[in-house]
Design a protein around this ligand. Structure first.
Ligand code: FPP
Length: 284
């Protein structure tokens, strides 16, 4: 947080927003569905690929702002297992853009102490993309700042299926298949990024109210924030606004609010007989 404030001056546009953020309640993990590149291009009568190209800048600025804020993990949905259905030229352009980003951003990632990682069926990516991705993952592995997970050839359902298969495979090799019981903890430990806590804040750009097969297991209790901004227009201001909105939420995880009860409120202890009477049931 300090690094972000140090990079701003009181007269800057984002100063008030940044100073309104509580540094003690930052989301540890932010996940983003970067959507709206195609619409951004169409509004300008440009090819869809131009929208993807314009989406690289916001990736760079979002990574930088999260690093400066001191966020632990940022997961960016860059390519889904379903995106192969797009025209071949668009898919290839996305690989070129990813390679361009990796090559160009490495010095910046190093400067910001960012550790880059990938989640998804990375083994199915074109060889050069895979190699260049592994290169950057290796070169940034010792960094101790923000962890950026690029979700590439990623699907939430495939991730869960892959986790279950990995558990089965482990049990088979160790001869424990007959007594195997799979619980939630086992699945969590076999996801693509088991060391990263579940996202606190999930942002989706371009106004769509869909999850699109993203982090299905991990978002059970994430706070969802949807902005109308199209991804190529997503700025530091949008990110800070999402964090401010997140800090106004009351996260209950299925329990009750952490706020202390007001004195005027009746206590929560009610005798069984009163509950039954209130429900209109008689005891025989
Ligand atoms: C969704 O917009 C976006 C994608 C499928 C690709 C995301 C890629 C980038 C932001 C490019 C840069 C990424 C990296 C990691 C360097 P869409 O095409 O579905 O938009 P639409 O819904 O308006 O058609």
């Amino acid at each position: 947080m300090k690094a972000l404030l140090d990079s701003l001056k009181p007269e800057d546009r984002d100063w008030d927003l940044a100073t309104s953020i509580d540094p003690d309640r930052l989301p540890a993990h932010i996940a983003i569905i970067m959507d709206g590149n195609g619409r951004w291009a169409r509004r300008r009568a440009l090819p869809r690929v131009a929208g993807h190209r314009a989406g690289v800048g916001p990736v760079r600025s979002t990574v930088e702002t999260c690093a400066r804020l001191g966020i632990d993990c940022l997961t960016l949905f860059a390519f889904s297992v379903e995106n192969w259905k797009r025209p071949k030229a668009e898919v290839e352009a996305l690989w070129r853009l990813l390679r361009y980003y990796l090559k160009r951003e490495l010095p910046e990632l190093q400067r910001n102490g960012v550790r880059l990682q990938a989640i998804g069926r990375v083994e199915e990516l074109p060889e050069r993309v895979r190699e260049e991705l592994q290169e950057v993952i290796g070169r940034t592995a010792a960094n101790r700042g923000l962890r950026v997970y690029l979700a590439i050839n990623y699907g939430g359902r495939s991730e869960i299926a892959d986790a279950v298969n990995a558990i089965l495979e482990g049990a088979r090799t160790e001869g424990r298949l007959a007594s195997l019981r799979i619980d939630e903890d086992a699945i969590s430990r076999h996801l693509y990024a088991p060391d990263c806590r579940d996202p606190d804040l999930l942002i989706r750009t371009s106004g769509e109210m869909r999850i699109s097969n993203f982090l299905l297991w991990q978002i059970a209790y994430s706070e969802f924030y949807v902005t109308e901004t199209l991804w190529p227009d997503f700025t530091r201001t949008d990110l800070l606004q999402a964090i401010v909105a997140y800090q106004q939420r009351d996260r209950r995880y299925g329990g009750l609010s952490q706020e202390p009860a007001r004195e005027s409120e009746a206590p929560d202890t009610v005798a069984d007989e009163d509950l039954i009477a209130a429900a209109g049931v008689s005891i025989r």
